[in-house]
Design a binder for this molecule. Structure first.
Ligand SMILES: Nc1nc2c(c(=O)[nH]1)N[C@H]1C(S)=C(S)[C@@H](COP(=O)(O)O)O[C@H]1N2
Ligand SMILES: [Mo]
Length: 327
């Protein structure tokens, strides 16, 4: 599949040099410190060298009023594609990269069902044809308290839903991942916690929000299989597990759909799962997060922001909703 580029220069290319430099600076400095601690007791001067430039995360968020881009340092491609959650391929962070190559993503089709004017099963090519692809540089905050900054390529989910016609009874959108145990070794595991296929859902207004996209690429390249090829959801103000991968079904419904992690542990994972530093997971705090890449020398622990820093864009969707109760 080809990714059409809408602009000659992607925003990720504009900022990639500075993130490359930051990374280089950091690696050089970390190396210097490791050497320093082995070879001489003069760590204080070495540690001056490794002090990273302070990052103003809030300012980076505000820089793009739409929330479509952040100027924060982008997580390198090797981390975005090598540290993944995709339980269909196993529960270790490195399993998806190791095993997702077995996934057959061509041909691919997506069925559009339920309260929609033009239901049917469409090939990926038909799904993508009329949509201009654009880049969005988003924070991705996993419920496990790590995060990344990723330049996705995709298009607004709203554009797709409008095209197929949202029925008057539709109140939610349900999504389903491929179920193919022959290719997805995690689906064959007898010790899994998830009841396959993986399912997710959004309220219709969340699905129609301009920040919500269907992504088909990352870093200007076709989506790697471990990241949810060929097409996945990205909802940047919610915990990462809402951003369902390798979608084969989109169903508009009148009733709130079931969601995989909520079914697995309802007291730990709610339907909304908006990023919220004030609501702890029963087993850990959500007040801070580990921003990848990190290391012993640079733990990169930062504060978690309400709605993952997208409050300005999305808080109004939840006016009057008790976010502690509806976590
Ligand atoms: N089908 C499916 N989608 C999924 C998951 C999964 O296990 N299966 N993991 C989720 C979780 S917990 C996160 S944090 C993100 C990770 O996306 P990434 O690997 O592209 O960073 O995908 C989400 N989508
Ligand atoms: Mo996650």
């Amino acid at each position: 599949m080809l990714i059409k580029q809408v602009a000659d220069i992607l925003p990720s290319e504009i900022t990639s040099e500075s993130s490359y430099l930051n990374r280089r600076q950091f690696m050089g400095a970390a190396g210097a410190m490791a050497m320093g601690s082995l070879l001489s007791p003069a760590i204080s001067s070495a540690s001056e060298v490794i002090e990273p430039p302070p990052l103003d995360y809030l300012a980076a968020t505000k820089a793009s009023p739409s929330g479509f881009y952040t100027s924060e340092v982008q997580t390198p491609y090797r981390d975005v594609t090598g540290y993944n959650n995709f339980y269909e391929f196993g529960t270790d962070k490195t399993d998806p990269e190791k095993y997702a190559s077995k996934l057959v993503t061509d041909p691919w089709s997506v069925s559009i069902e339920g309260e929609v004017d033009k239901p049917g099963t469409y090939t990926l090519e038909d799904i993508l044809k009329p949509h201009d692809l654009e880049e969005r540089i988003y924070r991705l905050r996993c419920v496990e308290a790590w995060s990344m900054v990723v330049p996705w390529i995709g298009f607004p989910l709203a554009d797709l839903l409008k095209r197929f016609g949202v029925g008057s009874k539709a109140k939610y959108v349900a999504f389903e991942t491929l179920y193919r145990p022959d290719e997805m070794r995690g689906q064959r595991s007898r010790f899994g916690t998830i009841d396959w296929p993986y399912v997710e859902g959004l309220r219709l207004d969340e699905a129609m929000h301009p920040l919500t996209i269907l992504a088909v690429g990352v870093y200007g390249k076709t989506m790697p299989k471990q990241n949810g090829a060929p097409i996945r959801l990205i909802v940047p103000w919610k915990y990462g597990f809402k951003s369902i991968k390798s979608i084969v079904k989109i169903r508009l419904t009148e009733r709130k759909p079931a969601t995989s992690w909520n079914k697995t542990a309802p007291s730990e994972y709610g339907f909304y799962s908006n990023v919220n530093p004030a609501v702890s997971h029963p087993r850990w705090s959500q007040a801070t997060e580990r921003r990848l890449p990190n290391s012993l020398f640079k733990p990169n622990r930062i504060e978690t922001l309400p709605f993952n820093g997208y409050a300005e864009q999305v808080a109004s969707l939840y006016t009057g909703l008790n976010l502690k109760r509806h976590f």
